[in-house]
Ligand binder design. Structure first.
Ligand code: AMP
Ligand code: GLY
Length: 434
C-alpha cells in the first residue's frame, strides 16, 4: 500500500521536504500538501495541493482525513504551536513533529531557557525572564556587559535585538517600552560564529545532519535588519570551515542532553549555536527544520526521508542518516526592500529547468496564468551542490544570472571565499584572545 503523506507548509523548506520524500524509498508515496499559499514547486510534486489555514488544526485534520493520510509532516513552527500534531494524533494520524507542549522549546523562549537551566543542559548563556518591562529596563542598567533582548513568543526570527551590536542600551530599553511584549528574555550577548545542527528525533534517539551556517542579516557584509534567513552553506564534512570536529561534537552533546531531558519529543530538533571562545553555546532551539537550512541538508541526504518518517511512526529504530560528502550553498532571492518595505509583483524569470545545475526551491510566490510573481516574503532559493563550497556557490550564482535582478535582492556574498575566510579569521581571533 502506498503511504499517503500529508505535507503541511508551503515554503522553500517544505519544497525541499517534498523532494526528499520522492527520493529513493522502496515504499510508494502519494504526496498531499496543504499551506496558506500555493507553492508551485510542491504543487507539481503533489497528487493534490490544498490551500488552507495551517494554524487551524481542525481544517488540517479534515483535509488529512479526506486524503486518507497515513503520515503527516509539519514544516513550519506556527502549526506546531497551534497544536496540529495533537489534533492529528487524536484522529489517529501520526504526524512527525512535536506536540504543542513539546514545541515550546521553540515557541516560548522563556520556557526554553528555564528548561535548559533546570535540566543542566550545557551551553546555556546567563539569562533572566521578565513580565515586568520596567524591571527589564532596570536590569539592562544594572547588568555588566551586553545583553540580547528576546521576546518570549514567535517573531519569525525578527524580534531579537542585540545590545552592542544592533542597538545601544538606550535603544534597547526604548524597544522594550515601545513593543507590547508580555514577556521577554534578557540574556548574555554571545560573541562568535553562528551555526545550526539539525537532528531527526524519535523515541529518545537522535540522528544529526551536517552543520549549516545561515545569514540572517538582509544585506551583504552582515548589515541591515534581521530576516528569516537570506542563505546558507554547508561543507562536504559535518563541520564548517571555521569549526573543528570537537566543536561539532560539543554541539551534538548539547542536543543529546536536550533530547534526553525532553523525554517525549519527536520531529526535527534544530539547534542554533554560537561558537564562542569557550565552545558552542545555544542561541535557540527550533522544533522544525530551518528555512533555508533544510535546503542544504535534504539535497545531500541519501537515506530516504520517507523511511525515516515511517520508522518514527512504527516505533522502529531510526535509520542511520547517510549524507553525500558534498558542500551546498543556498541563496534566497527576496523582493526588493525586504524585510522592511518589500515590493511584490516582480516576475520570476527562472524555473526548475532553466536553473541549470542548481536546484530551485519556491517559497512565497504568486502563480498567475502568465507566470510566477514575487510576494512580500522570500520568493525562491537556488542551491548549488558540489565538492567544495566555492564550486557550489558558483553553481548557485549561475542560476541567479538566469533569474535576473529585476525587483529582487540577493546576498551574493554568501558562500564566497572572502566571507568564509572572514568566518575562519573571526574564530581564530576569538581563540587567540583567550
Ligand atoms: P533568534 O530569533 O533567537 O534566532 O535570534 C535571532 C538572531 O539574534 C540570532 O541569529 C543571533 O544572531 C542573535 N542572537 C540571539 N540571541 C543572541 C545572544 N544571546 N547573543 C548574541 N546574539 C544573539
Ligand atoms: N534559518 C532560521 C530558521 O529557520 O529559524
Amino acid at each position: 500500500m502506498a503511504e499517503h503523506v500529508l505535507l503541511i507548509g508551503g515554503g522553500g523548506r517544505e519544497h525541499a521536504i517534498a523532494r526528499a520524500l520522492e527520493n529513493g524509498s522502496d515504499d510508494e508515496v502519494a504526496l498531499y500538501a496543504c499551506a496558506g499559499n500555493r507553492n508551485p514547486g510542491i504543487a507539481r510534486l503533489a497528487t493534490e495541493f490544498e490551500t488552507l489555514e495551517t494554524t487551524n488544526p481542525k481544517a488540517v485534520r479534515e483535509y488529512a482525513e479526506k486524503v486518507g493520510a497515513t503520515l503527516a509532516v509539519v514544516g513550519p513552527e506556527a502549526p506546531l504551536e497551534a497544536g496540529v500534531v495533537d489534533e492529528l494524533e487524536d484522529a489517529g494520524i501520526y504526524a512527525f513533529g512535536p506536540k504543542a507542549e513539546e514545541a515550546r522549546i521553540e515557541t516560548d523562549k522563556a520556557f526554553q531557557r528555564r528548561f535548559m537551566a533546570e535540566h543542566d543542559v550545557p551551553g546555556c548563556p546567563d539569562f533572566e525572564t521578565f513580565d515586568d518591562m520596567d524591571a527589564a529596563c532596570d536590569y539592562i542598567d544594572e547588568y555588566d556587559g551586553d545583553l540580547a533582548i528576546k521576546p518570549a513568543g514567535l517573531t519569525g526570527g525578527k524580534g531579537v535585538k542585540v545590545i552592542g551590536d544592533q542597538v545601544t542600551d538606550e535603544e534597547g530599553k526604548e524597544y522594550i517600552r515601545d513593543s507590547d511584549y508580555d514577556r521577554i528574555v534578557l540574556e548574555e550577548r554571545l560573541v562568535g560564529e553562528e551555526f545550526t545542527v539539525q537532528a531527526v528525533v524519535a523515541d529518545g534517539e537522535l540522528r544529526t545532519a551536517p552543520a549549516v551556517q545561515d545569514h540572517k542579516r538582509a544585506y551583504e557584509g552582515d548589515e541591515g535588519p534581521n530576516t528569516g534567513g537570506m542563505g546558507s552553506y554547508s561543507d562536504a564534512t559535518f563541520e564548517l570551515p571555521f569549526m573543528t570536529e570537537a566543536d561539532y561534537e560539543a554541539a551534538v552533546s548539547i542536543m543529546e542532553a536536550t533530547v534526553e531531558a525532553l523525554e517525549e519529543y519527536r520531529g526535527i530538533l534544530y539547534g542554533q549555536f554560537m561558537l564562542t571562545s569557550e565552545g558552542p553555546k545555544v542561541i535557540e532551539f527550533n522544533a522544525r527544520f530551518g528555512d533555508p537550512e533544510a535546503m542544504n541538508t535534504l539535497p545531500v541526504l541519501e537515506t530516504p526521508f520517507l523511511d525515516v518518517l515511517s520508522a518514527a511512526r512504527d516505533g522502529d529504530r531510526l535509520p542511520e542518516l547517510e549524507f553525500a560528502s558534498q558542500a551546498t550553498v543556498c541563496k534566497y532571492a527576496v523582493p526588493e526592500g525586504y524585510p522592511t518595505d518589500p515590493k511584490a509583483g516582480a516576475k520570476v524569470q527562472v524555473d526548475e529547468e532553466s536553473a541549470g545545475d542548481a536546484l530551485l526551491y519556491y517559497a512565497s510566490v504568486d502563480e498567475r496564468d502568465d507566470g510566477i510573481y514575487t510576494t512580500t516574503s522570500r520568493a525562491f532559493a537556488v542551491v548549488g551542490v558540489a565538492d567544495s563550497i566555492t564550486e557550489a556557490e558558483e553553481i548557485a550564482e549561475e542560476a541567479l544570472e538566469v533569474a535576473g535582478e529585476e525587483g529582487l535582492h540577493v546576498r551574493h556574498d554568501i558562500g564566497k571565499p572572502d566571507l568564509v575566510r572572514q568566518r575562519i579569521d573571526h574564530v581564530e581571533e576569538l581563540r587567540g584572545e583567550q
